[in-house]
Design a protein around this ligand. Structure first.
Ligand code: ZN
Length: 113
């Protein structure tokens, strides 16, 4: 369950970003998690809630954005969107696509009070 490690990283980065800005608490942390990033949002949220106890982020809501999955065909280079595996190119009907968007895992923004 690598979500615990990721939640720890998000927490650390968030607390460092707030630093000594004078903010009293972090109210929300927005993250982008692609459907094919291998990260399970519910597990991440659970781990984040547990790890953030007794920190400035204790009551912070973890807001998860899921970007559209965008693929590029390795055969004809067409770009297309799909949510379903297997990734079949809708131009040449081959299975050789790579993920352009949909494997992201990143912190977008923080809200503080
Ligand atoms: Zn193609």
């Amino acid at each position: 369950m690598h979500e615990v490690g990721l939640a720890g990283s998000i927490l650390k980065i968030s607390l460092e970003a707030v630093g000594d800005s004078g903010a009293e608490k972090i109210t929300s942390v927005r993250v982008k998690i692609g459907k094919y990033s291998g990260v399970e949002p519910e597990s991440l949220r659970f781990a984040f809630d547990a790890l953030s106890r007794d920190t400035l982020a204790e009551k912070a809501e973890l807001v998860v954005d899921v970007p559209a999955t965008v693929l590029q065909c390795g055969s004809c280079s067409a770009e297309y969107q799909t949510e379903d595996f297997p990734f079949l190119c809708n131009v040449c009907n081959r299975y050789c696509s790579k993920i352009l968007h949909g494997s992201e895992f990143e912190i977008i923004s923080l809200e503080v009070e």
